[in-house]
Design a protein around this ligand. Structure first.
Ligand SMILES: Cc1cc2nc3c(=O)[nH]c(=O)nc-3n(C[C@H](O)[C@H](O)[C@H](O)COP(=O)(O)OP(=O)(O)OC[C@H]3O[C@@H](n4cnc5c(N)ncnc54)[C@H](O)[C@@H]3O)c2cc1C
Ligand SMILES: *[C@@H]1O[C@H](CO)[C@@H](O)[C@H](O)[C@H]1NC(C)=O
Ligand SMILES: *[C@@H]1O[C@H](CO)[C@@H](O)[C@H](O)[C@H]1NC(C)=O
Ligand SMILES: *[C@@H]1O[C@H](CO)[C@@H](O)[C@H](O)[C@H]1NC(C)=O
Ligand SMILES: *[C@@H]1O[C@H](CO)[C@@H](O)[C@H](O)[C@H]1NC(C)=O
Length: 511
């Protein structure tokens, strides 16, 4: 029944969105407490629905990374098992929207920390959890991965086969969201960003059509999906290139905070020398956790060959006095497990990019110490703050164009070595939201202002780390904004992913 009105519906959609008003919506909501879910129950997807009160529904909410995302209660969750079912879900919800807008969220791993990115109040959450196959194709040196897979499944499937792909650094994070925002991997210095390692996307468009996007098929869609997030369709499969792998060296090393200046100096040289040592990755993180009560520096060292203590890390390895050290010959899956985050707190992520410059890092740390002192004085319960400093070197974008390009706009920065900065703050109790979100905003704003004052600022905002209040899509530059707007218009002329999918960063909202 729903299928037969589909064609008529598509033409009527924009008018349908416009004509809805609060009064008529309220009347329909009264008649059909969850009209959009009712529409799904009338389709073959009825088997795939979860409703509030069911254990499976509650446990899907609990698996969001952030407790604010967990607290959002969609009217139902639909869990398609394959691409055709994703297509049917999109068709059903858009058709039902003629009567009442059926807003929906798209969820892969659910690790975006801000509320509403991949869950929705008074709407339907399309949960891609079961579209999670990981299939290696040795003949073509690629791995086909469903968006609902996490990186642990990707790594543990590939490692025994002696191959790997660029992938996230935390086992529990979703393949879908991370890849569509760019994606930083320990393998990126040599192989580029994760999105640039996609050879082909399979995508469900707004009208339910299933298409592929690659260098040769819908190449404009291929480009905008690499950084453009959920503005163009629902990605139902990624084909990533693979390369040989026989283990790694790496782990986490904790130092007293008094070593911070040596850490920054080592990081700056490490970043500047990344082309000479393309197997090496590092993250420097000042950290404070209320449960530990000490000011510390946590470093991640990760080398893409099983070589103990590689020379690339000499300057770091000379820093004395570490408190703990988990480095060793290990697998990518084991390193990723060590960085899996808990799902018991509210979380703030924010992002900033600046020059690989000791003055900025030094000032950023001063600002961090002020912010930290304020939190120590006022915060209650269990909380923590990490600030990540990581290299953002030209090798990340050098090979992008040859692989079909992305929309991040990083080529603008040519041979500049940059530093990617990210506060990761966690706390409990919504009465403390303003305190902790304010701390995150303070760090970003004050460090940005300082970097600007010495000409060491950079406009790029990394979408996968961005706070809701930031505008990462605009930061890609006007040409890329134009490309994304054109692709959204072409592949989703009625604006389904702009109007019915409020979560995420929307290209239609970029000036
Ligand atoms: C513990 C932790 C570790 C992290 N480590 C890294 C790291 O190593 N490297 C890195 O680059 N980032 C990292 N991140 C950031 C991460 O990339 C983002 O949080 C990302 O959004 C997570 O993807 P997800 O699928 O889990 O999230 P979700 O919240 O499910 O999705 C994120 C966004 O993408 C959209 N989306 C998801 N799937 C699809 C799809 N199939 N089609 C269309 N739109 C979709 C959603 O609607 C949502 O807006 C980390 C985050 C955490 C919490
Ligand atoms: C909104 O709906 C009510 C009730 O159906 C109607 O009387 C009113 O004219 C509508 N308003 C607009 C702006 O369409
Ligand atoms: C890494 O994983 C492979 C394949 O699962 C395993 O054979 C090997 O022993 C592991 N290496 C380490 C150092 O744990
Ligand atoms: C790091 O770089 C600085 C500045 O270029 C240089 O003076 C210093 O010797 C380098 N340190 C090491 C250990 O290479
Ligand atoms: C950490 O300290 C121990 C003990 O001094 C030392 O053996 C180890 O090499 C240090 N690790 C690193 C990564 O510097």
């Amino acid at each position: 029944m729903i299928g037969t009105i589909a064609l008529l519906a598509v033409a009527a959609l924009p008018a349908a969105f416009a004509q809805q008003n609060d009064t008529s919506e309220a009347a329909l909501s009264f008649l059909f407490p969850d009209f959009c879910c009712t529409a799904l129950t009338l389709s073959p997807l009825r088997e795939r629905l979860l409703f509030p009160g069911q254990t499976a529904y509650e446990s899907r909410l609990d698996s969001y990374f952030d407790i604010k995302q967990q607290a959002i209660t969609p009217n139902c969750i639909v869990q398609p098992r394959n691409t055709k079912e994703v297509s049917l879900a999109v068709k059903t919800l858009t058709v039902a929207s003629i009567l009442k807008p059926c807003k929906f969220a798209i969820r892969s791993g659910g690790h975006t920390p801000y509320a509403g990115a991949s869950n929705i109040e008074d709407g339907v959450t399309i949960d891609l959890r079961y579209i999670n196959a990981v299939e290696y194709d040795a003949k073509n040196s690629l791995v086909k991965v469903g968006p609902g897979s996490d990186w642990d499944k990707v790594f543990t499937t590939l490692e025994p086969l002696g191959v790997i792909t660029t992938g996230g650094r935390s086992s529990t994070v979703g393949v879908g969201g991370l890849t569509l925002g760019g994606g930083i991997s320990y393998f990126s210095p040599e192989h580029g960003l994760i999105c640039d390692n996609v050879l082909e996307f399979e995508v469900v468009l707004a009208d339910g059509r299933i298409v592929t996007a690659s260098k040769t098929s819908n190449p404009d869609l291929f480009t905008v999906l690499k950084g453009g997030n959920n503005n163009f369709g629902i990605v139902t499969a990624f084909k990533f290139g693979t390369f040989d792998y026989d283990g790694m060296w790496g782990g986490l090393v904790i130092y007293p905070e008094t070593t911070v200046q040596d850490q920054f100096k080592a990081l700056i040289n490490f970043s500047n020398n990344i082309d000479k040592n393309p197997k090496g990755a590092a993250i420097v993180m000042p950290v404070y956790q209320s449960a530990v009560g000490a000011d510390l520096i946590l470093n991640a060292y990760d080398y893409a060959e099983p070589v103990p203590r590689p020379a690339a890390y000499d300057e770091f390895l000379k820093i004395p006095g570490n408190i703990s050290d988990s480095t060793g010959i290990r697998n990518m899956s084991s390193l990723a497990e060590e960085l899996a985050g808990a799902t018991t707190h509210s979380v703030y992520f924010g992002t900033l990019t600046f020059a690989n410059d000791l003055r900025v890092m030094t000032e950023a740390h001063k600002i961090y110490k002020d912010v930290l002192a304020n939190l120590k004085a006022k915060a209650k319960g269990d909380w923590g703050i990490y600030v990540l400093y990581q290299p953002l070197p030209p090798s990340y974008w050098r090979q992008s164009a040859a692989r079909g390009g992305n929309v991040l706009g990083l080529e603008r920065f040519k041979e500049q070595v940059l530093c990617l900065y990210q506060p990761y703050i966690s706390w409990q109790g919504s009465e403390q939201d303003a305190l902790f979100q304010g701390a995150g905003a303070d760090l970003i704003n004050k460090i940005r202002d300082y970097a600007k004052s010495i000409g060491a600022d950079n406009p790029y905002l990394y979408l996968d780390y961005a706070d809701k209040t930031q505008d990462p899509l605009a930061s890609y530059g006007p040409e890329n904004v134009k490309k994304m707007k054109a692709a959204a218009k072409k592949y989703d002329p009625l604006g389904v992913f702009q109007n019915l999918v409020p979560g995420g960063f929307k290209i239609s909202k970029v000036a």
